[in-house]
Design a protein around this ligand. Structure first.
Ligand SMILES: Cc1cc2nc3c(=O)[nH]c(=O)nc-3n(C[C@H](O)[C@H](O)[C@H](O)COP(=O)(O)OP(=O)(O)OC[C@H]3O[C@@H](n4cnc5c(N)ncnc54)[C@H](O)[C@@H]3O)c2cc1C
Ligand code: FES
Length: 274
């Protein structure tokens, strides 16, 4: 009988220090059979490390035909701390993919607004990569990215390269600037007046700290984005990732299987809207 909790072995091929507390790991799955590599943007996997347990991490790279994928890990506790001590050629366990995806079909032909805070850029990166891979299928793209300081921004070279994409604008802001900073200061919402899309027909996708999501959605609604066109990726405590343990249960839904990506209209029904 198939054991749903059995992880695949994945070897660390590359580690990039994004910031003082975020590393991006390129993992190669040893055995390509099964569903792990068939993930879609917005989905997550459960990563395990003997002696430290298991935790959910979003796929941070666009699905590819190779046996590799990336995750970006912020060091906040025991498992993530142990991950940060790993080296190239070390092995971790990985099972998935789990959760729902962002509505890439619904996004077709529409103008898009992506709003990320800090490591919240990780779940948005595969969606943004998919949009740019199929650039003609989508309308104008506006990306708003905020971090605490310039040194807390991740994927900095790639984010800069997105400026070269057609009909695309990138807006950056930090809470605490340094002498090198030439961008805006303050929360992501300070950049909304620069956005050149029609809110009533556009789709917005957000990920970041809960307070950022709360204030950004509040301002988007004032700009007249539609509730059903605002999507956010929610983080909840998770244990199994497959709708069995009940850790992530909210009003008839399991965030791990029905989410973690919800429209604001759905969040309101679940009573988890700001
Ligand atoms: C669907 C999903 C996708 C995620 N994707 C990523 C990702 O791509 N990159 C990333 O770095 N992290 C991601 N996370 C968060 C990640 O799972 C936690 O950081 C991780 O479980 C922490 O494990 P730890 O053992 O290091 O921390 P612990 O030692 O267990 O906890 C350290 C502290 O962090 C708090 N904490 C732990 N987990 C969570 C949580 N889920 N929500 C709020 N507070 C928490 C604890 O209460 C404690 O205060 C995701 C979470 C979910 C639910
Ligand atoms: S994490 Fe177990 S039911 Fe969602």
């Amino acid at each position: 009988m198939r054991n749903e909790y059995l992880p695949k072995q994945a070897v660390i091929e590359k580690i990039v220090d994004e910031t003082a507390d975020v590393k991006t790991f390129t993992l190669r799955v040893k055995d390509k059979s099964g569903d792990l590599l068939k993930y879609k943007p917005g989905q997550f996997m459960m990563l395990s490390l003997p002696g430290y347990g298991e935790a959910p991490f979003t796929f941070a790279s666009s699905p590819a035909k190779s046996s590799r994928f990336q995750i970006s890990v912020k060091k906040i506790g025991s498992l993530t701390g142990a991950m940060h001590n790993l080296k190239v050629k070390d092995t971790v366990g990985a099972r998935g993919p789990y959760g729902n995806t962002f509505p890439l079909d619904k996004m077709k032909k529409r103008d898009l607004l992506f709003v990320a805070g800090g490591i919240g850029m990780a779940p948005l990166r595969p969606v943004i990569q998919q949009v740019f891979k199929n650039r003609k299928s989508y309308g104008r793209v506006e990306i708003v990215y905020g971090a605490r300081t310039p040194k807390d921004m991740i994927y900095t070279d790639e984010v800069k390269s997105w400026r070269d994409e057609a009909d695309t604008d990138i807006h950056l802001t930090v809470d605490v600037p340094d002498e090198s900073w030439g961008g805006a200061c303050g929360v992501v919402c300070v950049l909304f007046p620069k956005i050149k899309i029609n809110p009533q027909t556009s789709i917005a996708v957000l990920c970041g700290p809960p307070l950022m999501i709360k204030f950004a959605i509040f301002d988007m609604l004032k700009l007249r984005f539609k509730e059903e066109n605002i999507y956010a990726s929610l983080e909840r405590y998770m244990k199994c990732g497959i709708g069995k343990c009940g850790h992530c249960y909210v009003k008839g839904k399991y965030v791990c299987t029905d989410g973690p990506n919800f429209s604001y209209a759905e969040m309101k029904k679940l009573g988890i809207a700001s």
